[in-house]
Design a protein around this ligand. Structure first.
Ligand SMILES: Cc1ncc(COP(=O)(O)O)c(C=O)c1O
Length: 390
């Protein structure tokens, strides 16, 4: 074989992706995360971030970050168990536990790593069973695959099918885990948590909820979908939340019982073998957590924008999906068409990215509109106007 045949293979794979309208590339922003951004040299009104409460660029959060950088420097310099765990990490873990009504919380550097870490700590091999919603986020899918446990996927939010699968495998495995997104990241709908909690208890399975898109946004105080569903630590023993979305910073946490967290500290490899997040990120997150808890107006404003968008989209006859959350996708179908609509919107100064396979199933490409408390009523009017014309 010629020396560079391996690159020829890569190039042909890239060409294939281009021809199928699946090629993806980054854009470069020269402004903070906020609705009005300067991206690739032009001003755009954006509707695709997960900064649901508009905290990523909040002055108090920035100030806390700067002050902590003055005190603690930039890098944490080591893993938590070595000497990378500083006061802001500790305070944030305690604050997250109190806020979510759990005994303890453990900080991870990303949500992806939190998911890999927990699932692989709890499931130890082929004898274990993991039940996963078909539309779970990629990080949960990867976590389950990496664990080597038998992966049983059930149709989206279909608790009847899940029940049949649990019954069929009754008594088969030393450890069983039910894994679900709280708010589904590409669809915006929510998992039937109360039912799942009951089923998990009946079958002595763990239930783990990834509330990346609910934490900060849902529930009376913003503690997420578990709060909205009125579920405690016994109902949902493993709660995962991310800090890079509604909290506007970065990182993630697992909240649960004292024993669970102690077990993770001893065994979760993506927590043990990685550098702790910069202390200033934890300090900034402490402030955004206070804003989430004490200033409910952001959630209220966001709810009214969601209502405004849905009412307007229905009037325009747009293919809305059944979602009450800040994630408001419009199903298009073909990747080519989704891309073409996204480009037309961009020509009108509006950025809504086209979400295509493999992020979503084949032939379900969509425009994923996300709304933020930082948007105004006029922003949403502009979006609806542009969608009507595109
Ligand atoms: C449902 C869900 N879980 C986990 C993650 C990963 O979190 P992080 O971005 O912090 O790695 C994301 C998105 O990023 C997500 O949407």
């Amino acid at each position: 074989m010629p020396a560079d045949s391996k690159f020829t293979k890569l190039r042909s794979e890239l060409d294939l992706r281009r021809s199928r309208h699946l090629y993806r590339s980054t854009r470069v922003a020269d402004s903070p995360q906020q609705p009005q951004r300067h991206i690739d040299g032009k001003p755009l009104l954006t509707f695709c971030s997960n900064d649901y409460l508009g905290l990523a660029n909040h002055p108090a959060v920035i100030r806390a970050f700067q002050q902590a950088a003055n005190t603690y420097g930039v890098g944490s310099g080591a893993a938590h168990l070595v000497n990378g765990h500083s006061r802001p990490h500790q305070q944030l873990e305690e604050a997250l536990a109190a806020f979510t009504g759990r005994e303890r919380a453990l900080l991870f550097s990303t949500g992806y790593m939190a998911n890999l870490g927990v699932v692989n700590a709890l499931l130890t091999g082929r004898n274990d069973l993991v039940y996963a919603d078909r539309l779970n986020h990629a990080s949960l899918v990867d976590a389950a695959l990496l664990s080597g446990a038998k992966l049983i996927r059930y149709p989206h939010n279909d608790t009847t099918s899940l029940g049949k699968r649990l019954l069929a495998h009754e008594g088969d495995a030393p450890t069983q885990l039910i894994l679900t997104d709280g708010v589904f990241s590409m669809d915006g709908d929510v998992a039937p948590l109360a039912k799942l909690a009951l089923m998990a208890q009946q079958h002595e399975a763990w239930l783990m909820v990834d509330d990346a898109h609910g934490f900060g946004v849902l529930g009376n105080t913003g503690a997420g979908l578990v709060e909205a569903a009125g579920l405690n630590q016994d109902d949902v023993p493993i709660l995962m939340g991310t800090l890079g979305k509604a909290l506007g910073t970065a990182g993630a946490f697992i909240a649960g019982s004292h024993d669970l967290i102690e077990y993770l500290i001893q065994t979760a490899r993506t927590w043990i073998y990685t550098t702790a997040q910069p202390p200033a990120v934890a300090a900034a997150t402490l402030v955004s957590l206070q804003l989430v808890a004490t200033e409910s107006w952001r959630r209220e404003h966001l709810r009214s924008l969601i209502q405004q968008f849905r009412t307007g989209a229905v009037q325009l006859g747009l293919p809305l999906m059944p979602s009450d959350t800040a994630i408001q996708p419009m199903l298009v179908g073909s990747s080519e068409q989704a891309l073409s609509i996204s480009r037309k919107l961009e020509a009108r100064g509006i950025l809504v990215t086209a979400i295509r396979p493999p992020t979503v199933p084949v032939e379900t490409a969509r425009l994923r509109v996300t709304l933020s408390a930082a948007h105004t009523v006029e922003d949403v009017e502009r979006l609806l106007d542009a969608l009507g014309k595109a």
